[in-house]
Design a protein around this ligand. Sequence first.
Ligand SMILES: *[C@@H]1O[C@H](CO)[C@@H](O)[C@H](O)[C@H]1NC(C)=O
Ligand SMILES: *[C@@H]1O[C@H](CO)[C@@H](O)[C@H](O)[C@H]1NC(C)=O
Ligand SMILES: *[C@@H]1O[C@H](CO)[C@@H](O)[C@H](O)[C@H]1NC(C)=O
Ligand SMILES: *[C@@H]1O[C@H](CO)[C@@H](O)[C@H](O)[C@H]1NC(C)=O
Ligand SMILES: *[C@@H]1O[C@H](CO)[C@@H](O)[C@H](O)[C@H]1NC(C)=O
Length: 414
Amino acid sequence: MVHVNLLRKCIYILLAFILVLTICLWKETRKGLYFSLKSESQPSHILVKMWRWGTLKQGLAQDAPINVTKKLSLSAKTLRLNTSTAVAGSKLTAKPKELPSAIKVWNKNSSSQSLNPRLQKARKNYLQMNKYHVKYTGPKYTTKLSSEEILCQLRSRLDFRMITAAESPFNTSEWEAYLPKENITMHLGRCAVVSSAGSMRSSHLGPEIDSHDAVLRFNGAPTRGFQVDVGEETTIRLVNSQLITVEEQKFASDPQYNFGTLIVWDPAPYHSNIHEWYQKPDYNFFESFKHYRKKHPEQPFYILNPHMQWQLWDILQENSPEDIQPNPPSSGMLGIVLMMNFCDEVDVYEFLPSKRRTDICHYYQKFFDQACTMGAYHPLLFEKNMIKHLNRGKDEDIYNYGKVTLTGLRNIQC
Ligand SMILES: *[C@@H]1O[C@H](CO)[C@@H](O)[C@H](O)[C@H]1NC(C)=O
Ligand SMILES: *[C@@H]1O[C@H](CO)[C@@H](O)[C@H](O)[C@H]1NC(C)=O
Ligand SMILES: *[C@@H]1O[C@H](CO)[C@@H](O)[C@H](O)[C@H]1NC(C)=O
Ligand SMILES: *[C@@H]1O[C@H](CO)[C@@H](O)[C@H](O)[C@H]1NC(C)=O
Ligand SMILES: *[C@@H]1O[C@H](CO)[C@@H](O)[C@H](O)[C@H]1NC(C)=O
């Protein structure tokens, strides 16, 4: 009798325990955040699933360049989050990354060793894959160039032309109505380049950004609802071919694209000629482009010539002590050099991370991936090294505002 009672008690306690445990687990699961990530504004979709009990599991689901077999080994890795900002609405617990007294900003000598193991592996995979058939034969880091010398390289070696209707294969009646007759001409004063980084959140940079003569934004970065942090002016919007092709519906219908000048770029094979590229663009955006132009004939909308990205890539490789990812530079980097060509002076916000640095990819989405700051597909690490080297502003401005100040290419003496 005694034994039976004891057994019964034990079973009740056990049942109660299991019930509590189930409730706890269920609650935790619901807290898990689910992110669908379009990384680095580039052809990669990553799904990141995050659970609150300690580790963070993530699954990579890139539609482009990573080989599926390798993808699996990558996704098994855990991803550590280094966040310094809590995001409104998310259940992240913020952990201050560094003491406010220690001003630590991007080190221009950063090497791939400073990447976490997952991103190191991604870089190696891209080097192996060499999707764009990069055959670089130029000099490699023979001497560390001064920032003036690099500015001169940018000025003399980058072709900033936009595609016009005068040029083969676009000199056909099929294109005549859609392409500008003339190359773009812009002579701007003080310009701002606004990155889409998660660290733009709570920056209160809006008024400062809007005080510039011209503002460049990227892809789908919204201003509505974020004016306080990112401002509301948009002079130029640089979009990638993926955005206008894959998300054509949204691109065609969202009124945020109807302001300012649009420039689209598409990743071409390494130093391909314009005919090869025309036959095989990375995303076949030409029809979407025409479609948009038909609807908005008054809005300036240019196609960036496909050479510029690889000319820039060569300069990045030449000035980096190790092999950089053989993929096109990021939209961020392309936008920065475009504005350096158009403007007397360029302030770039949150391309180099400020004290608000976070693994949240975009200020307008809740996706997490360190790749958005450090680069996986794009040679972002090396781009940032170069931008830090070219910065004329103070480290305090990087730390506080993520702000870098660059000289316009027109104003340099070579
Ligand atoms: C992917 O990688 C695996 C292992 O490295 C290799 O065997 C396979 O051929 C690759 N597949 C493609 C499509 O590149
Ligand atoms: C996260 O930050 C800490 C402290 O700043 C650093 O030691 C660690 O290596 C970082 N983790 C990753 C994955 O970069
Ligand atoms: C970067 O490296 C150069 C020499 O290669 C050195 O003079 C400089 O102090 C380094 N800068 C930083 C921030 O570590
Ligand atoms: C387009 O330009 C090419 C090269 O300049 C020329 O050979 C060709 O005849 C032009 N096509 C038309 C339709 O004008
Ligand atoms: C086209 O315009 C850009 C920007 O104004 C300028 O840098 C470039 O030199 C021009 N190219 C030609 C061939 O006129």
